[in-house]
Design a protein around this ligand. Structure first.
Ligand code: PRX
Length: 652
């Protein structure tokens, strides 16, 4: 843990607190704050009630059971995520309702629109194709797809037959794909020829081919999206349009146990190796369904647009399962927010009459920079609720979002959660509020959270500490890390023991119970809403021949929130140059992807180390942030700090 956390200051001004209007309260599923005390008094009863709203093939016998490091929900219950997302709406007579609207990046291309019935049929066909390829319950299927409808169809098809999807962000490098496919031992990969990004066609198949070399992937299904001339390996690769349309549009959903694995999603921890976060079916379904419904106030007429990529947990829970389980229309956009111009997101809201818009603070900050005139050109009056996720939002961006996008009438739901929690955990409810810039809000009903000091004692209101979740743990909290039970225990229950799930976030809580998240307290960065370990970037850079040693820390960035900065020691025979910097950046692209590129690379002679030889990243962090450096007398090499100050232009 980082002992010298700098808490975000100042506190938000009282005049910037907003409360729900009568109209908001009326539309909200819950508007009486009593829900909090009641549900926190008996979370199991609360979640059982919520669980009754989704469809079960067989009801659970025991709602919750817990022993150290093992907690289970809805034990004995049987259900299927895909059945809950699709079949149940079709069976209820909503087959002709629009389930998914896809907006391609090129503006001269038509939207692809699927009704619930069409989506169910397409999902079933792909599910049957996967069966034809030999996929069975429990098998892992890799999904390396851009933002096209097939990404949702693929996740749905895999869970429909009880297999386990693991989605990999399409902008990740072949090497990142390979690490993940090797770790989860996927047998099949679903990918595409390419996709549009910022007016350019990106060849994805080439990366997929490289990424699965040496893995257990035996078959590859390739969606033709870009019309690129790609190489198909005979016997291994099959076009989606050749294997899927000929299948039956009916595929009975597998009856999954509530605690059967639903999916694996890799995320960054503090080491160079991403961890496979495991989510199970019942608890995940119930919490995703409920949080989507209550936080975004979903009703039958809602058009929900979450701008995250399907490669992240936000895309899983709030493009796919959350909105679909609620039977609303979900919108998915292929491309970049500035293509063809800075108004694309607002034009898309106007075009599809989006009612709920859910995005990241980094995106909002980008729009602030691009200027108010862009949203002003469009009719955004369809919007009712706005959401943010992924990183702390600053007051300026919050107020801009509230005024220029929400027209001062839409609550901003600042949802705190993680890949590990699977679904939203802390935020303000739209019918209750208050909506306070930089403050997420209270723990969701039925979720117990506390702020502790390093010794495990609760801190007084207003003081900084560490955010933990308490039992009964949230239904959608991860159940483990794929193939690494010891790491699971050490990572989340190492500091405080099995009675608290440690989030690794710093936070403070006001007297009312509103929580303000101040950011990670481990070596995990949040780069433009993308989670990344400093160690991952270090590992990538050290693969370059010239690098003898490297330390990466984060530095705040006006738009991206945080960016990585690298201190590089070169091997003998290499000299610093701009050329070498470019090569190092390329190395990061190859090993992780462009999202991880360092914003600055400093070639230095030495980095501060303890007497035992551990790099003191804390000092590097202070240097790049112009913060006080603190005591350096215990270092083995305090003299290097002067050189580093010059290198980074430290002002103190
Ligand atoms: O530091 C917190 C930050 O994002 C981390 C989780 O990252 P990831 O697993 O990639 O999931 C992001 C999408 C759920 C958290 O530990 N974070 C997430 N939401 C917020 C946030 N920080 C402040 N405010 C939020 N609303």
């Amino acid at each position: 843990m980082n002992a010298n956390i700098k808490w975000v200051e100042p506190a938000p001004k009282r005049e910037n607190w907003f409360w729900p209007t009568d109209a908001m309260k009326e539309r909200a599923w819950v508007s009486d704050p009593k829900i909090y005390e009641e549900s926190w008094a008996d979370p199991v009863a609360f979640w059982e009630k919520r669980a009754e709203e989704i469809s079960w093939f067989k009801k659970w016998e025991v709602a919750y059971e817990e022993e150290p490091y093992k907690y289970r929900w809805f034990i004995g219950g049987k259900l299927n995520l895909s059945y809950n997302s699709l079949d149940r709406h079709v069976e209820a007579g909503k087959g002709d309702k629009v389930a998914l609207i896809w907006e391609p990046e090129p503006t001269d291309e038509p939207n692809r629109i699927f009704t619930y019935k069409e989506l169910l049929e397409e999902v079933s066909r792909l599910a049957n194709a996967l069966k034809e390829l030999g996929i069975k319950k429990g098998d892992r299927v890799g999904i390396y797809l851009p933002m096209i409808p097939e990404a949702v169809i693929a996740m749905q098809a895999v869970v429909r037959i009880g297999a386990v999807p693991s989605v990999v962000f399409s902008a990740f490098s072949p090497e990142s794909l390979r690490d993940r496919m090797l770790d989860c031992e996927a047998k099949v990969l679903i990918t595409a020829d390419g996709y549009w990004r910022r007016g350019k066609l990106i060849n994805l198949k080439r990366n997929a081919d490289k990424g699965i070399e040496g893995t257990k992937v035996e078959k590859v299904i390739v969606v033709k999206r870009a019309g690129l001339d790609v190489e198909m390996m005979p016997g291994r690769d099959v076009w989606y349009h050749e294997i899927v349309p000929k299948q039956s549009p009916e595929c009975p959903p597998e009856e999954m146990d509530a605690e059967d694995l639903a999916f694996i999603l890799y995320t960054s921890g503090t080491t160079g190796k991403p961890k496979g976060v495991m989510h199970t079916t019942g608890g995940y379904a119930v919490q995703v369904y409920t949080t989507a419904k209550w936080n975004f106030n979903l009703h039958d007429d809602d058009i929900f647009w979450c701008t995250a990529d399907v490669g992240w947990i936000t895309g899983h829970s709030y493009i796919n399962y959350g909105p679909l389980m609620n039977g609303v229309t979900t919108v998915m956009y292929e491309g970049a927010p500035d293509t063809p111009d800075y108004g694309r997101m607002w034009a898309t809201i106007q075009k599809h009459k989006v009612t709920v818009y859910y995005t990241a603070p980094t995106a909002i900050r980008m729009h602030v920079k691009w200027g108010d005139e862009w949203p002003a050109k469009y009719d955004l009056s369809s919007l009712r609720v706005l959401g943010t996720v992924g990183e702390p939002i600053n007051e300026e961006a919050w107020l801009w979002y509230f005024k220029h996008i929400g027209g001062g009438r839409c609550p901003i739901i600042d949802t705190w959660w993680q890949t590990e929690t699977g679904a939203n955990c802390v935020e303000a409810l739209p019918g209750i509020g208050p909506f306070i810039p930089t403050v997420a809000g209270r723990p969701f009903p039925g979720i117990r959270a506390k702020i502790l000091d390093a010794g495990g004692q609760p801190v007084p209101a207003g003081e900084g500490g560490y955010l933990v979740l308490e039992p009964p743990f949230p239904p959608s909290l991860l159940r483990g890390l794929w193939g690494d039970p010891e790491k699971f225990k050490a990572t989340y229950f190492g500091e405080y023991g099995p009675k608290y799930y440690f989030t690794k976030d710093g936070a403070r809580m006001d007297e009312m119970g509103n929580i303000r998240i101040t950011g990670r307290v481990d070596d995990v960065m949040n780069v433009a809403g993308h989670r990344l370990a400093t160690a991952e970037v270090e590992d990538a850079l050290s693969q370059h021949d010239a690098v003898s040693e490297v330390a990466v820390v984060s530095r705040p960035d006006e738009v991206k929130g945080e960016v990585p900065v690298a201190f590089v020691l070169l091997k003998a025979g290499y000299t610093p140059s701009d050329e070498l910097k470019k090569e190092l950046i390329k190395t990061v692209d190859v090993h992780i992807g462009p999202t991880a590129r360092p914003a600055a690379i400093y070639f230095v002679e030495d980095v501060p180390k303890t007497r035992s030889g551990k790099i003191m990243r804390r000092i590097l962090k202070a240097l790049v942030r112009n913060e006080p450096i603190g005591d350096i007398t215990t270092l083995r090499n305090p003299e290097c700090v002067e050189e580093l100050k010059k290198a980074v232009g430290y002002k103190g």
